[in-house]
Every structure is written in structure tokens, then in C-alpha cells.
Design a protein around this ligand. Structure first.
Ligand code: FE2
Length: 399
């Protein structure tokens, strides 16, 4: 994160003696990205964050992907994904792999129970909460999350997701292989959001107080599942890892709600980068929010046909009506994949229907990847095979 935050108790000077009420020393932990040459946080633990008593390799879930062959636009219905035991799904081990490439894995879960403690040591994770609510508990503190929240979780942050009782927490998860943050063009050289940025520091939420597990649970051996470059390992710690009494720095998990994205509009159609919200290694994330549309008297408000020459374009439809896709079978929860190599655009009749429109109420999250996305088992389980032919209204699966 670009700006400094301090939570809980910390000593006046870093790397000096900081004592617990019983006289013992708190244990410092410096989390520093890019080999301590970029943002960092300094955390103070009650126990040694190094104290592991076991490490066990965990069998990898099905993470195989298949190339998008034959190459074509595709439509997937996450709303139709089924889990064997829907009451026993968590937002970590219950993730279904939808898409993947060497830069990012894109997963989906409808979580109904707390996840195990977990961290991704390979890259940052971005959670987008489609519906439901819950708490993301982290070593930095807890973040209350709900509908429309993006949650950015830095690499190696130990956390778990605890859904509220009732409605499942439906969450799209991006597992990056590097860091995710606001686009650099929105930030000053020193990291402050600039005036042209569609959101700023006031729109972000971070942990406000420490999350310390106390009592017997604090002293018990505790498992943490770790995703790393070579798969999964379960560490057992000699105590609960949520024992941080304070921390400060510019590295911590944070939340941004999609409804706080202020759309950039124009007299004629604005290109997709105006919707950009985050950048990651070899991908970007954009938010399409309800907005007034193009106000030139002759404007065509829906997008022109376009060839995304250097990227695959994945769109997750989360709310409202997506004007350009009317008649395609796409609904709330759908994902469309428009790969590089295909031209795509509004469905037949959508251009004419949009003329004179003043407002779109669509809500969608777009992920553009700079290398082709392959299909995971989750995508293959919920594909609508007719989508590619919806512009011409004929093709192999059309009848
Ligand atoms: Fe597009």
C-alpha cells in the first residue's frame, strides 16, 4: 500500500527492546517485499514467529489447465457451479480453478464455513466478494467484508476467511505471482493518489486494531497451510500465529469497495483503461460501474467492436444489466472470456437499443491478462457452449 499505517502498540524506536507485561521481549518480524528494497511492515509478536514444530507436504488440488482450443469466445456460469458438500466449503480449500496462466490463477468459491489459516507465499491475492459477508482475519488485524469489496492480501500474509452465517460468501479469487496494487499512473512519485485517479486513500479500509488470539487457543499447536512455488505445505506452529500486538508500515491487507470507484466518462465512448482499478504482474483489473454514459448527441453508448490485440479479456458480471450482452445468455455470476485473436463487441441489436441511453446500471469486474488464459476444471464444469455463436446465431452447438 502506498501509505503508512500504525496499529496497536509499538515501541518509539524500531529495533529496540519492547517488553511484554511479564518482562519478556516481544519478537519483531519485518515483512519486506522485493528483498527489503520496497514497502515493509514491522510486526511485534508475543511468541516467536519462527517456531514451527512440523512441516508436511499437502497433495495439490486439481490445478491442471487446458488451452482455449479451439480458440473462441466463451461463457461460463459460476452461478451454476456445484460443490459436493455445499455446507462444507471454505474460501481457501474450496476454491475451484476457473482459469490460469503462468502469471495468475483465477478461482471461485461459495464459502459457508471458516477457512483454515493460510498464506500465499507465491504472490498477492485479490478477493472480490460478489455476495455475502464475513471477516478476513489476518495477522495485521481483521477486515469486515461484504458485497462489492475487493480485498488485497499481500504475499505471505497469514489469514483466514470467516463467512457470516446464512448466505454463502461468493468470492472470485485472483492468485497472482507478484504484487497487486493501484495502477502507477494514479500515484504520485511518493505514492499519493493523484487528482485524476478514480479512487483515493479515503476509499480504502485497512486493519484498525490488532487481532490477538488469547487463552488456551493461543498456546496450542496451530496449523497454517502455505501455498508456495512448488505446491502446498502445512506448517504446524507451537502457538497461534495471531499474536501480533502492534505493527506499522506501508505493507498490509486493505479493502476497496467497487461502489467507491468513480467512473470516468466522456462525450463519446471511453476506452477500457478508464475503468482500471488494479495492476498485477501481466494483468490488470477493471471495474465497470453504474454511470452516466456518453453525452455527445450522436453518441453510441455501448462499446465498439474491438480486438484486444495483446490480452485475453475476462469479464465477471456481478450486478445490474450489461447492455452490450443482452440476448447472449449472460446473467449475474456469468464470466465471458474474449481471447486475443477474436474480435468481439455488442450483441446484435445492442447498438441500436443503446442509442439515447443516459445511464447504464451495469456492475462488472474485468481481468485482462497479457498471456492467454487456459481453462481450469471449474470453468469446464460450467461452460455454456453456445456463446461463441450468439452474434451470428448459428454454429456447431446452435439449434
Ligand atoms: Fe471487450
Amino acid at each position: 500500500m502506498p501509505y503508512y499505517r500504525s496499529v496497536g502498540e509499538i515501541p518509539r524506536k524500531r529495533h529496540t527492546q519492547f517488553r511484554k507485561p511479564d518482562g519478556g521481549l516481544y519478537a519483531e518480524e519485518l515483512m519486506g517485499v522485493e528483498g527489503f528494497s520496497s514497502d515493509s511492515a514491522l510486526l511485534y509478536h508475543r511468541n516467536l514467529p519462527t517456531a514451527i514444530v512440523d512441516a508436511v507436504q499437502v497433495a495439490e488440488d486439481d490445478r491442471a489447465t487446458t488451452a482455449n482450443l479451439p480458440l473462441k469466445p466463451r461463457h461460463f456460469r459460476s452461478q451454476e457451479l456445484k460443490w459436493e458438500a455445499p455446507d462444507d466449503v471454505d474460501a481457501v480449500t474450496g476454491r475451484r480453478l476457473l482459469f490460469g496462466n503462468p502469471d495468475v490463477k483465477i478461482c471461485f468459491a461459495a464459502a459457508t464455513r471458516p477457512s483454515p489459516l493460510y498464506r500465499n507465499a507465491f504472490g498477492d491475492e485479490l478477493l472480490y466478494v460478489q455476495t455475502g459477508a464475513g471477516v478476513v482475519e489476518t495477522i495485521y488485524g481483521a477486515l469486515r467484508v461484504g458485497d462489492g469489496d475487493y480485498v488485497v492480501i499481500p504475499t505471505s500474509t497469514t489469514y483466514r476467511v470467516v463467512p457470516d452465517q446464512g448466505e454463502p460468501l461468493r468470492v472470485l479469487v485472483l492468485e497472482a505471482t507478484g504484487h497487486i496494487g493501484p495502477p502507477k499512473r494514479y500515484l504520485s512519485a511518493k505514492g499519493q493518489f493523484l487528482e485524476h485517479a478514480p479512487y483515493c486513500e479515503r476509499d480504502l479500509r485497512g486493519p484498525t486494531e490488532p487481532l490477538v488470539v488469547t487463552g488456551e487457543e493461543a498456546e496450542r499447536d496451530t496449523d497454517v497451510l502455505v501455498r508456495h512455488r512448488n505446491g502446498l505445505t502445512r506448517f504446524t506452529y507451537a502457538h497461534h500465529p495471531f499474536d501480533v500486538v502492534g505493527w506499522d508500515g506501508c505493507l498490509y491487507p486493505w479493502v476497496f469497495n467497487i461502489r467507491d470507484f468513480e467512473p470516468i466518462t466522456g462525450r463519446v465512448h471511453q476506452p477500457p483503461p478508464v475503468h482500471q482499478t488494479f495492476e498485477g504482474p501481466n494483468f490488470v483489473v477493471c471495474s465497470f460501474c453504474p454511470r452516466k454514459v456518453d453525452y455527445h448527441p450522436q453518441a453510441v453508448p455501448v462499446p465498439y467492436n474491438h480486438a484486444n490485440v495483446d490480452s485475453d479479456e475476462l469479464m465477471f458480471y456481478v450486478g445490474g444489466n450489461y447492455e452490450a450482452r443482452k440476448g447472449s445468455g449472460i446473467g449475474i455470476g456469468s464470466l465471458s472470456l474474449h481471447p486475443s485473436g477474436c474480435t468481439h463487441g455488442p450483441q446484435p441489436g445492442a447498438v441500436e437499443a443503446s442509442l439515447g441511453a443516459e445511464h447504464f446500471d451495469e456492475l462488472a469486474v474485468m481481468v485482462d491478462t497479457f498471456r492467454p488464459l487456459e481453462l481450469g476444471e471449474g470453468a469446464q464444469a460450467c461452460e455454456d457452449p453456445r456463446y461463441a455463436w450468439t452474434w451470428a446465431r448459428r454454429g456447431p452447438d446452435w439449434s
